[in-house]
Design a protein around this ligand. Structure first.
Ligand code: NAD
Length: 357
């Protein structure tokens, strides 16, 4: 292993940005710690075929910041961080690369916990864990929480019903047309729950095999990935990558409700206003998709399933409160959620400054 770690200067409100390179295994990865205000940073590791190192850097910064909001709001005693490995998970991933990544995580001495995200499976995380004590989402053992995706899907599903009640006056999903974009670990599990609830599914994924599976298992209608904004639907569930909701998409999407697992769904903050003006209810991603980090937190804290279940219930209640506040004030759900996060973080700052004074 020829691992080198280079500290880069992150934007002002970030704590740390490390670039990890290992020539021997081909590892090129960013590990970003946005905030440890509420506890050690936690956030998944994404492996993606980024077009450039700059694109990977931008993604890790955005994702790490989102994790701070997500962990603070969910009250997990954790901060926000994320890592991205540059490369195609189907062709560039190897045990030596994953071990080199694990060594890089270990160098941060517990200021950052990693877990699964897009392109990284529980089997991969087990290899990462050979080199670091700070890899979670592991299978087995007494506290292993396993793949966080089923918990993410469960949280999204519950919020989707809360959102349906607000948008349609009825949480019953029977007969509702729901478009699921992305049929990976979370999207497929969500599709299964929606099918079981009687929803009529439309699916889109770059992976034709996944689409074929959804067609066979859930009688889903398959739509081309480029056509998702043109299909008649009641609910849009983005479960692929970020940035799907551009201004243009927000101005035309036929759905009355948007609720999905993907991180950073809004291409820019102003998109929330466009959706609000059109009466489309958007459920903020970092509120809705906290099930995975809750599962990971249960492992970090050595807590069990009761911890996870209680906090999954909290996601649903929080989403209901946010929708009610937005309804009362006329603000967007994103503005309401952001204000809650800011309040939690400033209270934490105040508590810490009182302790150190
Ligand atoms: P995954 O890698 O298992 O699945 C992603 C799927 O999206 C793949 O099937 C891929 O082919 C598809 N995809 C990519 N680009 C697409 C496009 N343009 N159109 C249609 N499909 C496309 O990832 P996952 O773990 O299911 O995560 C999905 C999203 O949810 C990601 O944004 C992730 O960050 C977020 N998320 C996941 C978790 C979790 O527990 N896994 C937790 C919180 C948030």
């Amino acid at each position: 292993m020829t691992l080198t770690l280079t500290e880069e200067t992150p934007p002002e409100d970030f704590e740390r940005l490390t670039f990890a390179r290992d020539e021997a295994s081909g590892l090129a990865a960013y590990i970003c710690i946005h905030s440890t205000l509420c506890g050690p940073a936690a956030g998944g590791c994404r492996m993606w075929n980024y077009a450039s190192r700059a694109e990977a850097r931008e993604d890790v910064l955005r994702l790490a910041r989102g994790m701070t909001a997500k962990t603070a709001l969910a009250g997990l005693g954790l901060g926000g961080g994320k890592s991205v490995i540059i490369g195609d998970p189907r062709t560039d991933k190897s045990p030596t690369l994953l071990r080199a990544f694990g060594t890089a995580v270990e160098h941060l001495r517990g200021r950052y916990f990693t877990a699964e995200d897009v392109g990284i499976s529980p089997e991969d995380m087990a290899i990462v864990a050979q080199e670091t004590a700070y890899a979670v989402g592991l299978e087995g053992g007494t506290t292993g929480s396993g793949d966080p995706s089923p918990f993410t899907a469960e949280g999204v599903f519950r919020c989707l019903k809360v959102g349906a009640e607000a948008a349609f006056g009825n949480a019953d999903l029977a007969g509702r047309r729901v478009l699921v974009q992305g049929l990976g670990h979370v999207g497929m599990a969500l599709a299964q729950k929606l099918h079981a609830a009687g929803a009529s599914l439309i699916v889109a994924d770059l992976n034709e095999t996944a689409c074929g599976e959804a067609r066979a298992r859930f009688d889903a209608e398959v739509c081309a990935v480029s056509d998702i904004m043109d299909v008649p639907m009641d609910i849009f569930a983005p479960c692929a990558l970020g940035g799907v909701l551009t201004r243009e998409a927000a101005g035309m999407i036929p759905a009355r409700l948007i609720c999905g697992a993907a991180n950073n769904q809004l291409a820019e903050d102003a998109v929330a206003d466009v959706l609000n003006a059109r009466g489309v209810r958007y459920l903020p991603d970092y509120v809705v998709n906290a099930g995975g980090i809750i599962s990971v937190a249960s492992e970090i804290h050595g807590a069990g399933d009761a911890y996870r279940q209680a906090r999954l219930g909290d996601i649903e209640r929080r989403m209901r409160d946010i929708l009610a506040m937005a309804e009362t004030t006329g603000e967007t759900t994103t503005a309401v959620a952001r204000a809650l996060v800011d309040r939690i973080l400033s209270e934490r700052r105040r508590t810490l400054s009182e302790v150190t004074a």
